[in-house]
Write a protein that binds this ligand. Structure first.
Ligand code: SF4
Length: 375
């Protein structure tokens, strides 16, 4: 773990009551200010000439990346510094590769299938990252996906595990990552690639899901199984998003099923999961609608309400910015059921509209819409 500001401060002249205390030569007003900056890596150790060599060596050792980064055809692999994503974030997502045997008759078809496969998850296009070519005698150019020969993969510097039994593979993956991160042991610093064997797809999927979580930097599959890889891509996206940054969509007015000025109008926050939950329901019902997305720093409805990013003021401002008054004839706006406490306040703050309490769960929207005429 990197040094904290307080830990660094103990090594400065101020804490040790030595000459040069708070001398400002580093450009900071105090040794404490310098320590806090150094902890955030916003300043270099050489700015203070009074730190001991012993401390500087320790500090540099802490900063040394625990795991090496290996680059294959522009794909960065490894370089991780933590065991768990909530400690900071994972850096380079697990590479998903598929093997293609060029001695097979239909190998070009297989390559095309891999290249054409992709899914969109929360506005992010997910694709296979790498094709591993075996028995390849000719170069295959102009593919939209990176390729590597089996031989080059073996010589890439990755720690390659040919998957046999789950227990052994799991133990190697965990030991390697723990030794690399906790002990900074260079013998374990190479990123790990697991080559899956051809077996029942459910078992392959269960094993690969575990290896993805702990701690494969690359997983290579013997063939393209779209359902399994879609599952793994979803899991990977969850693991490799930065837990300190919420997934957001742009604020604005979204349309479902060709709305016109008489369509129903819903409103919610710009937290991506909230947006997609509501959007899925609105596209599935047999009525047209609008969805107003209020900018709320990517927070869900309750969090945004508690953090005061979803208030009568922010909602009123969004309605004005989007010119809702002139875009729709209806004067009813359906707000999330979780906002029932501010409904009256909203009606007063924004008298041009009537705010109607909607559902607490997006999944209840279709039933709610059926009953709308009676509201
Ligand atoms: Fe403290 Fe900065 Fe002076 Fe070093 S250079 S002793 S950190 S004030």
């Amino acid at each position: 773990m990197a040094f904290t500001g307080l830990q660094i401060f103990k090594y400065t002249p101020a804490a040790q009551k030595k000459e040069h205390t708070n001398c400002k030569e580093c450009g900071c007003p105090t040794c404490m200010a310098f320590s806090l900056k150094l902890a955030k890596q916003q300043i270099k150790t050489d700015k203070c000439p009074y730190l001991t060599k012993e401390f500087v060596d320790k500090y540099n050792e802490e900063l040394r990346p625990a795991q090496k980064t290996i680059t294959i055809s522009d794909l960065k692999i490894g370089g991780e510094n933590v065991l768990y994503r909530h400690e900071k974030t994972f850096i380079n997502k697990t590479i998903l590769g598929v093997i293609v045997d060029c001695s097979e008759k239909n190998f070009m078809q297989k390559i095309n299938d891999i290249c054409n496969f992709g899914i969109n998850i929360i506005n992010e296009q997910q694709k296979i990252d790498l094709i591993i070519l075996t028995n390849c005698t000719e170069k295959i150019d102009n593919l939209p996906i990176k390729t590597i020969t089996e031989e080059d993969l073996n010589n890439s510097g990755l720690n390659i595990i040919h998957e046999h039994d789950f227990q052994t593979t799991k133990d190697i993956l965990i030991t390697n990552r723990q030794k690399a991160i906790l002990e900074k042991d260079e013998n374990y610093s190479a990123p790990t690639c697991v080559i899956m064997r051809d077996e029942n797809i459910d078992i392959q999927c269960a094993k690969a899901s575990y290896y993805l979580c702990k701690y494969a930097n690359m997983i290579v599959f013997p063939s393209l199984d779209k359902e399994m890889l879609s599952t793994l891509m979803l899991l990977r996206q969850n693991l490799y998003t930065d837990p300190q940054k919420t997934l957001q969509v742009d604020s604005g007015l979204y349309e479902f099923n060709n709305p016109d000025e008489n369509s129903i109008v819903f409103l919610t926050t710009n937290f991506a999961l909230t947006y997609f939950a509501v959007a899925n329901e609105l596209s599935s019902i047999d009525k047209s609608s609008y969805l107003i997305i209020v900018p709320a720093q990517g927070m869900s409805v309750l969090t945004a309400w508690s953090a005061q990013t979803l208030t009568p003021e922010t909602i009123t401002k969004t309605l004005e910015d989007l010119n809702i008054k002139n875009k729709v004839k209806t004067r009813k706006i359906i707000i999330p059921g979780l906002l029932s406490d501010i409904r009256e306040e909203l009606n007063q703050a924004c008298p041009d509209f009537e705010f109607v309490e909607g559902t607490r769960e997006a999944s209840d929207i279709p039933e709610f819409v059926k009953q709308l005429d009676t509201i």
